[in-house]
Design a protein around this ligand. Structure first.
Ligand SMILES: CC(C)(COP(=O)(O)OP(=O)(O)OC[C@H]1O[C@@H](n2cnc3c(N)ncnc32)[C@H](O)[C@@H]1OP(=O)(O)O)[C@@H](O)C(=O)NCCC(=O)NCCS
Length: 165
């Protein structure tokens, strides 16, 4: 059990997923559907959470997502994810989404999101997750930010549980 909780560096969780936007992913005007992108963000986030925790995980929450630029049929969407910070049974994962147009040879950031995943065992019980070790300045910045975001999420959740909207 203790070996399972040995801390791991952020780089062990870093994941990349690529999708070519097909007509079935798009609206009648050929623009990627927001819901499809959210699905891919969830999958890319889960990939990092699985790699870090080596456990089953469920999505507990997805923070605010902005869609910065439209994505078209034929574009290549790249999603990069990694674990920002582990708390006890939960972990915050950051996902950044880029679009590459291989004809025009351009790349742009499309969206970013923070998701929280909770690790569970086969019976659905919550289980602890090993700590994550940030190694670069950027990873330390995300680690610190995740602590602040967790406090905001907890107070929002508390407010909603007590009847606020
Ligand atoms: C997420 C879930 C496991 C939390 O269970 P819970 O009994 O409410 O647990 P607790 O309130 O004791 O919280 C357990 C952990 O989850 C975290 N958590 C709970 N709700 C959260 C939320 N909305 N956002 C972020 N973290 C959350 C807590 O901070 C805690 O983290 P920690 O162990 O690292 O300190 C439970 O609500 C669940 O199963 N939800 C459905 C998940 C699912 O089906 N997702 C797919 C989408 S349909």
């Amino acid at each position: 059990m203790e070996a399972e909780l040995t801390p791991r560096p952020v780089r062990d969780s870093q994941s990349e997923m690529a999708e070519i936007v097909l007509p079935n992913d798009a609206n009648p005007l050929g623009a990627l559907l927001g819901g499809r992108l959210m699905h891919w963000i969830d999958l890319a986030g889960a990939m990092a959470a699985h790699r870090h925790s080596r456990k089953h995980v469920v999505t507990a929450s997805v923070d605010h997502i902005d869609f910065l630029v439209p994505v078209r049929v034929g574009d290549l969407v790249i999603l990069r994810s990694s674990v920002n910070r582990v708390f006890h049974t939960s972990m915050e994962v950051g996902v950044k989404v880029y679009v590459e147009n291989y004809i025009a040879d351009t790349a742009q950031q499309v969206a970013s999101a923070h998701l929280t995943f909770v690790a569970i065992d086969a019976a659905g019980n919550r289980v602890p997750v090993p700590a994550v070790i940030p190694e670069s300045d950027e990873q330390r910045r995300r680690y610190d930010g995740a602590g602040r975001r967790r406090e905001i999420r907890r107070s929002e959740l508390e407010r909603r549980r007590h009847g606020g909207r």
